[in-house]
Write a protein that binds this ligand. Structure first.
Ligand SMILES: [Cu+2]
Length: 387
């Protein structure tokens, strides 16, 4: 696999550098160097495989996996210690530059600082409001394209439900009557919603040409059903899905049990939706350092609902404390402990964490090519901070 991809990749990096607005001051040994946007540019390049988002999709519409090899790397200027995107020595396009450990440290540190400061960005997955009509909980969902800030300063075209990635969380209680009204404002593609994991009437299953006609641009389709099986589920597109879902047409669909005693007790919960594809490697629609920190107080029992909406398996690893797997695909199972849990595409894995250890604990995918490079951490990385 080519380590460096030459000038086309540099132009992309130059664009990423130009898109950001912040300079980052980082310490380097005993000197201070200003690196313009270094963590953003490098993470942007990493998160999208060093190409524009659309270039990660092949002409037949299938999503290509994000690149895992380094590409936009040959931009270190070893004489000045600064990045030189755009104007590079032609010789460096073929020659491997010597490692610059100070530069690597700077980039790692800058990314972590940005992350710990928790950049102001739009978060998807907030609970969706509903209206109650004749005893039915009615949710209005519009599929539309937006420019989405995957990492700070890096805007990518996303396909969204109601403008955010993940789409707003739909949360109901077992036995509720539910109506989801889907309006397609994508403009140039049909779509449909599949309610992944729900026991549902066949006509409501959301698969075009099997259970319903496609919802064409400008059309609305109404899904009506009763929420039968409690647990962590999902809703997502089932048309051109390798493209539409990885572009962002996805969200959590959580059915709380009528009998709270049928599910293990917890104090606090997070849903963590895993993604890979045109938006890069993401947790809840963002790549590090744009990912959200998880927080808990010592002694709290934290529930994490992993949901994989990507095309790859992601072994999620928490430092510092074990995880106890309590449910898979909404079904409560015999619990078992681990510190790394494989989450396959389509799976939902619920884990409990007894927050016994104070500190900032890294929490990341352990396919390390989805998480960290010589340019710093990127993609599927966050932290659990126990106070
Ligand atoms: Cu991964």
């Amino acid at each position: 696999m080519a380590k460096y991809a030459g000038l086309s990749r540099r132009r992309v990096l130059a664009g990423a550098l130009g898109a950001g607005g912040l300079g980052v001051l980082v310490a380097c040994g005993n000197q201070m160097n200003e690196i313009q946007n270094a963590p953003y540019a490098t993470n942007a390049a990493r998160n999208t495989g060093g190409t524009t988002a659309d270039a990660a999709v092949t002409t037949d519409g299938a999503a290509a996996p994000p690149a895992t090899s380094g590409s936009a790397v040959a931009t270190m200027d070893h004489t000045t210690g600064t990045q030189s995107a755009g104007t590079t020595n032609p010789a460096s396009a073929t020659a491997l530059p010597a490692k610059d450990w100070r530069m690597m440290n700077q980039m790692h540190e800058a990314g972590v600082k940005t992350f710990l400061a928790q950049p102001k960005t739009i978060r998807g997955g907030q609970r969706m409001e509903y209206t109650l009509q004749d005893g039915i909980k009615v949710f209005d969902v519009t599929a539309k394209k937006v420019q989405w800030e995957v990492t700070p300063g890096q805007m990518v075209e996303a396909y969204t439900y109601n403008g955010v990635v993940p789409g707003p969380e739909i949360r109901v209680t077992e036995g509720d009557k539910v109506r989801v009204r889907l309006t397609n404002d994508l403009g140039d593609e049909a779509t449909a919603i599949h309610f992944h994991g729900l026991l549902i009437p066949n006509a409501m299953d959301g698969v075009p040409f099997i259970t319903q006609p496609p919802v064409n641009p400008g059309e609305t389709f109404v899904y009506d059903f009763v929420a039968r099986n409690p647990g962590s589920h999902m809703y997502h597109s089932h048309l051109n899905s390798a493209f539409q879902v990885t572009k962002g047409l996805l969200g959590a669909f959580i059915i709380e049990p009528k009998d709270k005693g049928s599910y293990p007790a917890f104090d606090k919960e997070y849903t963590m939706i895993l993604g890979d594809g045109p938006l890069g490697y993401t947790l809840n629609g963002h790549g590090f350092p744009g990912t959200e920190v998880l927080t808990a107080n010592k002694g709290e029992r934290l529930l994490v609902r992993f949901m994989n909406e990507g095309l790859m398996i992601h072994p999620m690893h928490l430092h510092g404390m074990p995880m106890t797997v309590v449910a898979q695909d909404g079904y409560v199972n015999t619990p078992y402990r681990c510190d790394t849990v494989n989450v396959a595409p389509g799976q939902r894995i619920d884990v409990l964490v007894e927050c016994t250890e104070v500190g900032a604990w890294a929490f990341h995918c352990h396919i390390l090519a989805h998480a960290e490079s010589e340019m710093g951490m990127f993609g599927m990385v966050t932290a659990l901070i126990v106070n």
